[in-house]
Design a protein around this ligand. Structure first.
Ligand code: PHE
Length: 346
């Protein structure tokens, strides 16, 4: 009998299993009323008084190991059944890598923060727009080239030949947000609209069909070109450094009159001339001007009482200059090796 008990002890300690069925057979074999251990206890009644002590102890040990092993196997099965559903072996293990902000977001936040300090609010609008908000209300003539398929991504056009205020398209600038603000708010208005814009351009190191802008709008009584110039000078010095100089060159936009292009002196060569500024000493950073009275009127703002200025800039260019990124496409590829280089910036 002792030999049989020892064999069972060895079998129990070696037991391993993979399923609940196997666990149940283990229980039936060793622990049930009709199991082997019960049988042995039955047999134990007939053991001689001399062997009772030794065999009795062994038998109790056998029973205890069988029930301990049963609990252990059961717990093991529970872990397996839980983890086989929730364990993701491809997940990175501790310590976890912290993410980093995208360089475009860093520069966008920097621009927003500068204008917030002088009282501008942030407005957002839809990326899928209609012609009315992107072009018509902004005084674009019906045959203006920007409305051409070559510049604008159309989602649906009412007539393929003529542009229509109801045409649905991807916004080509965030000036559309300013139209929405003018339609829904009363002056004084002081707001900037950051966002993604789309133009049908061939993708290269210097151009992309998706890019980001921050545009600004200020409307009140007696807003003058001098206010525009001073606001932009403040912005340029906060953004590019205290010693930055600006230069305004006459330009043209359908929605501003007069219009200008603003340059800052090249921070790379200090104005001496380099290949970034194409040896001019100046970098073009934004377009601006006094809001055209026709635009105010189209948004139901009295152009006799109110005047305003507007400006708009891309974010990719200043980000390229600041981080010396020489290929625009890197911003959109989300290559982790590129993005991880911005860990220390916020
Ligand atoms: N909307 C113009 C652009 O996308 C920028 C701009 C905004 C110019 C406001 C003048 C005034 O290029």
């Amino acid at each position: 009998m002792l030999d049989r008990i020892n064999n069972l002890l060895a079998e129990i300690s070696a037991a391993s299993l993979k399923s609940h069925e196997e666990l149940e057979s283990f229980r039936l074999k060793f622990l049930s009323k009709k199991g082997l251990i019960s049988d042995l206890f039955e047999e134990f009644r007939n053991v001689s008084a001399a062997d009772k002590k030794e065999i009795g102890q062994k038998l109790n040990l056998l029973k205890q190991s069988a029930s301990e092993k049963y609990n252990l196997l059961k717990a093991g099965l529970q872990i397996i059944s839980k983890t086989s559903y929730s364990m993701d072996l491809t997940r990175p293990s501790f310590p976890w890598n912290l993410g980093s902000r995208h360089p475009i977001s860093i520069i966008r936040n920097e621009i927003i923060e500068i204008f917030e300090r002088i009282g501008f609010t942030v407005s957002e609008g839809p990326e899928i727009e209609n012609d009315d908000h992107v072009f018509t209300k902004l005084n674009f003539a019906p045959e203006h080239p920007a409305r051409d398929m070559q510049d604008t991504f159309y989602i649906s056009r009412i007539s393929p030949e003529d542009s229509n205020p109801g045409d649905i398209l991807l916004r080509t600038h965030t000036s559309s947000v300013q139209v929405r603000v003018m339609q829904s708010q009363k002056p004084p208005i002081r707001t900037i609209s950051p966002g993604r814009v789309f133009r049908n351009e061939a993708i290269s190191a210097r151009a992309h069909c998706i890019f980001h802008q921050v545009e600004g709008l200020y409307i009140d009584e007696n807003v003058s070109f001098a206010d525009l110039k001073q606001t932009l000078l403040f912005f340029a010095r906060e953004m590019y450094g205290k010693k930055t100089e600006i230069r305004l060159r006459p330009s043209y936009f359908p929605f501003t009159e007069p219009s200008a292009e603003m340059d800052v002196n090249c921070t790379i060569c200090g104005g001496k001339g380099c290949n970034v500024c194409k040896y001019t000493g100046w970098l073009e950073v934004l377009g601006c001007g006094m809001v055209h009275p026709a635009v105010l009127e189209s948004c139901n703002i009295d152009s006799k009482k109110y005047t305003g200025f507007a400006f708009g800039m891309g974010i990719e260019r200043p980000a390229m200059l600041k981080y010396q990124v020489n290929d625009l496409r890197l911003y959109f590829e989300n290559d982790i090796r590129f993005l991880e280089q911005f860990k220390t910036a916020f």
